[in-house]
Design a protein around this ligand. Structure first.
Ligand code: F6R
Length: 613
């Protein structure tokens, strides 16, 4: 949801801002813009569309100077247009702002400012910010930071801001409340950015700004203060992401790179959390055996793909811990009157750690005195900071907008968590733990084999990609896999797709089945009690001439009788089969998208990090 970047140092700002924005483009890509202090004063350039448009403009007509700020937009208030693109300014460029977030009371503020003579040029909520600051300066604020503080006290909502002042040409100001923002420290230069990967190739250390903090970047360094103007000693942390982690590494897209990273990511997650005796070790969770024994309930909340991981987590936790486990979508949970108390463990799942609805739900759980455990991929994110403990998925930066490696890492994290809690509660024996761990250890190699079968999956995608719709069916642990497969498909190929619990098919969706509809059926567990049920569901599809694409286990002799195409996966323990099966569906969606010619890393209308409700 919009990316921002800023630079203070001796180098030319424009190429650094553009480079940072390109790395942030996954956060929004309907327009981009930069503002730079030049010898002729501050200049702004904005372009509709992808950053390549801005780049072309800047190549044709260079903008040389420093410091500067930049923005890549995902429209919330006001259509994508030149007029609504950031940076926004007040007066004759006295205050210039880039913003990520939403100013909820912008209408009210706009009216007040209009009656004080301010004119607005855009439909955005953002534009009130430079005007508010300008008004504070006009009313006698002692300094730019004093004006920012006064202005921000009037704004309600969420913001990460980068700010330039015409009359303070050496500095970039920044502020954060509810939207991510970091300060990056290089050699004699400083940056702001929405995330670390945006500037990872330029910096050695990072300051994760807290809500309500303002940063002042100057040639002398960085000063941090709170909204009361008190100075704050920042915690400086070394950057622990390798610069290559944010590069495409020879793959055609970030999504393909991230799909291929899955065996490595999962292997290292296991290495970190399993000891030589095949016992799960998760010291970072920090809750005692006693706590887990007293626990009565787990509530898991998340959005999108992470919600599918939560559904899988529910099935697995119920299966291995004997606890009552419930899941909900962040956007629903926060408006319910959930019956959760201090005997409930609240689990938030999020790749970014910045999803607004997940965060709001976490805060609600806190009010109810629940302990909060997050399964998260981004250190320093809001979710991480507001949780009692965190199980990091450690998948590295995920840049493709459609989540892949973060999802399988979330599933693996649930595997570890369920085994750990199951043991702590005495629901599973040491022997069962070892069997489960053996099965979990087989997952990375099984995914590796899946990736080697990518050509077969591509051939199937090429055959079926052009229909208007597709149905995905699964049961039990693989019901969430069906939902996730359908989500991947619609997200990147724009083919309408529905995921369904296979047993529900005859309660409605069966009406859709005809000789044109591809029905992707996940039926990998020949030993599993739901396998036969799945076969019956597939027969029902066959009887109505649906085109069955089966995801089946190597050596399965049954499905070949009625499936038009089969994606074979290596045999894997039923509990952990979703971690492997979903990779087949990621590839199926990927190749369908490729055949349909979409922009796979940046699908239309989407943004990676949904920091607004
Ligand atoms: C889909 C996808 C989204 C996210 C959702 C939650 O591929 O990536 O559905 O899963 O927006 O995001 P996080 O996990 O960052 O909370």
């Amino acid at each position: 949801m919009c990316g921002i970047v800023g630079y203070v140092g001796k180098r030319d700002a424009t190429p650094l801002l553009l480079d940072g924005l390109k790395r942030l483009e996954y956060r929004g890509y309907d327009s981009g813009g930069i503002a730079v202090h030049t010898p002729d004063g501050i200049q702004i350039r904005k372009c509709m569309g992808r950053l390549t448009e801005l780049e072309k403009d800047l190549t044709a007509n260079a903008l040389i100077g420093r410091p500067g700020i930049g923005h890549t937009r995902w429209a919330t208030h006001g259509e994508p247009s030149q007029r609504n693109s950031h940076p926004h300014q007040a007066g004759a460029g006295e205050v210039i702002v880039v913003h990520n977030g939403i100013i909820e009371n912008y209408q009210e503020l706009k009216e007040q400012l209009r009656s004080a003579g301010h004119e607005f040029l855009s439909d955005t909520d953002t534009e009130v910010i430079p005007h508010l600051i300008q008004q504070e300066l006009a009313d006698g604020a002692a300094s730019p930071d004093a004006a920012i503080r006064q202005a921000l006290k009037k704004a309600r909502g969420a913001y990460a801001l980068g700010i330039l002042f015409k009359d303070d040409p050496d500095k970039v100001y920044a502020a954060r409340l509810g939207s991510p923002l970091i300060v990056g420290l290089g050699e004699d230069e400083t940056f702001i950015a929405s995330d670390v990967p945006a500037i990872v190739n330029q910096i050695q250390n990072v300051i994760y700004l807290n809500d309500g903090e303002i940063a002042i970047l100057s040639p002398e360094g960085v000063a941090i203060q709170n909204l009361a103007g008190e100075s704050i000693e920042p915690e400086i942390k070394p950057v622990d992401i390798a610069p290559e982690a944010a590069e495409m590494a020879g793959f055609e897209t970030f999504m393909m790179k991230e799909i291929h990273e899955q065996p490595r990511v999962l292997r290292s997650l296991l290495e970190k959390h399993v000891d030589r005796e095949d016992t799960v070790i998760v010291p970072e969770i920090g809750f005692s055996t006693d706590y887990f024994q007293q626990l009565r309930r787990i509530m898991i909340v998340s959005c999108g793909t992470a919600y599918h991981a939560a559904m899988y987590g529910k099935f697995l936790l119920e299966h291995l811990t004997g606890l009552a486990v419930e899941t909900d979508l962040g956007s629903e949970f926060r408006y319910r009157s959930p019956r959760i108390e201090s005997d409930t463990l609240f689990v938030a799942v999020s790749q970014s750690g910045e999803t607004a609805d997940t965060l709001a739900s976490l805060r609600l759980a806190r009010e109810k005195d629940c302990k909060v455990l997050s399964i998260c991929n981004v250190p320093g994110s809001s979710l991480v900071r507001e949780s009692d403990s965190v199980l990091f998925t450690e998948a590295g930066p995920e840049i493709g907008v459609a989540s892949t490696k973060a999802y399988t890492a979330q599933l693996m994290a649930f595997g570890l968590l369920a085994i750990h809690i199951g043991r702590a509660r005495g629901e599973i024996s040491e022997e069962t733990e070892q069997q489960l761990m053996k099965a979990l250890r087989a997952v990375p190699n099984a995914i590796h084999y899946m990736l080697e079968r990518a050509d077969d999956i591509q051939a199937i995608a090429d055959k079926h990609h052009d229909g208007p719709s597709a149905l995905y069916l699964g049961r039990r642990f693989n019901y969430p896999t069906a939902l996730e497969g359908a989500l991947k498909n619609k997200e990147i190929s724009y083919q309408h797709a529905e995921g369904y619990a296979a047993g529900e098919m005859k309660h409605g969706p069966i009406a859709l089945i005809n000789e044109y509809l591809p029905v992707i059926c996940i039926c990998t567990q020949t030993e599993d009690e739901v396998y036969e049920k799945m076969i019956s569901n597939m027969k029902e599809v066959e009887a109505r001439h649906g085109r069955i694409i089966a995801v089946a286990t190597d050596g399965d002799k049954v499905v070949a009788d009625f499936a038009e195409d089969i994606i074979y996966v290596p045999p894997i323990h039923e509990e952990f089969s979703p971690i492997v099966n979903v990779v087949a569906l990621q590839l199926l969606a990927y190749y369908a998208a490729q055949a349909r010619g979409t922009d796979i890393d940046k699908p239309r209308n989407l943004a990676k990090s949904v920091t607004v409700e």
